[in-house]
Ligand binder design. Sequence first.
Ligand code: SF4
Length: 367
Amino acid sequence: MKVTFPRMGTLDIPLKAFFTSLGIEVVVPPPISDKTISLGARHAPEFSCLPLKINVGNYLEAYEMGADTIVMAGGVGPCRFGYYAQVQREILADLGINYDMVLLEPPKGHLGETLRELWELTGRASPARIFRAGRLTWAKLKLLDEVERLTAKARCREKNEGQAGDVYRRALTWIDAAASPGEVALAGERIRRAFAGVELKDVVPLRLGLVGEIYTVLEPAANLYMERFLAKLGVEVERGIYLSDWVTSHLFLDTLRMRRGQRAVEELAKPYLGHSVGGHGLESISYSIQYARRGFAGVIHIGPLTCMPEIVAKTILPLVSKEWDIPILTLFLDEHSGEVGIQTRLEAFVEMLWARREQREKGRVSR
Ligand code: SF4
């Protein structure tokens, strides 16, 4: 068995660690490129969501490298994520590719099913071995999230352009190479030292929240590397969701019905949206309010073109923006989105936010 999975941000690093420490051979799809996207777009239905198309591209590239089994998160409605696996299986079968598919997301509340899937996949490994693999995976996930935050802080303040990006890339290789939780901890110390060595300007960046559909938030190739671009404009970006949050809430807490944090998120969004609309539509509203409360300069809301939950959020966010006095820019992305077009809109938005801050500092606008 040679296992592959969809790429999403840096998720390949902990997933690879999990499977290899259980003795399962892994084929990591190549980093997402124009070729990946056009491969997926060529074979997926035109109006399917961008992440589905990119996933198909990942699977086709991994297949060329010898993968025969796909492990992916499954889903339940109300958005199209619930049909991802079935649609992808059909697309691949039409191309004469017969992958085995293992869905890891459980129906809500059925922990036993998730564990059984996992157990079968690992060749019925002992619980102790699965636990050790899980610990290593979790340690890497947490450190990767910390690296994303450190990079966001350093990138918008760095004196020498590219220095934070260099540390970021090295940090990923150190985390990838760590073979035990102890080694991950050592990598963490090394990474913090490396970031402390990045020379910073004495500036106060604009703080923006990035909310929206999880894949476009976490995968730089899907959002056209907008965080990197925003950093050049002096913007520090905080994501509404990080990898470990998603794994915690989506794969485990849902299953264990431990949704206290989620209830607080829902409460905040309630005056605008009283129930889940799938994906992270409700969270986009709730997180935008949280950013307004925390005094952020603005919010960027992103999602794939035709993404149902984010379309719902987009219709509500203008009201949130008005009532909470926080500018919000929505951008929908697909395989035809051009980097320059997106950057032009980001530039205009950020310029407006700098002007707004200047006015406020001069006391002309009261808040
Ligand atoms: S959240 Fe949006 S992009 Fe993701 S599956 Fe649902 S509709 Fe598609």
